[in-house]
Design a protein around this ligand. Sequence first.
Ligand SMILES: [Zn+2]
Length: 96
Amino acid sequence: MHKPCSIWPLYIRPETGYGVKVVDGRKLPAHRWVYCKHHGLPYPAIAGKVVMHTCDTPACVEPAHLVLGSQADNMRDMINKGATIRCEAVSTTQLH
Ligand SMILES: [Zn+2]
């Protein structure tokens, strides 16, 4: 069953749309912090990795929507989405 998004209830950085978690005076992206906490990982364990949202909602911190990937996965994901947007743009143009 698909879980609804849990939007970070505290500060959300307007530039990125990501929630911000303050730990020992350091501002961490909330979804990364939640991912570590949920999986029992120390925060440095995901250094160099990206925590991606399967729901495309940057402020979401629902652990079921967070997946760990490499920067390459993230790029591929964006390219796939870009391709979808381009296809839609083409079909819209054809309607006119
Ligand atoms: Zn979500």
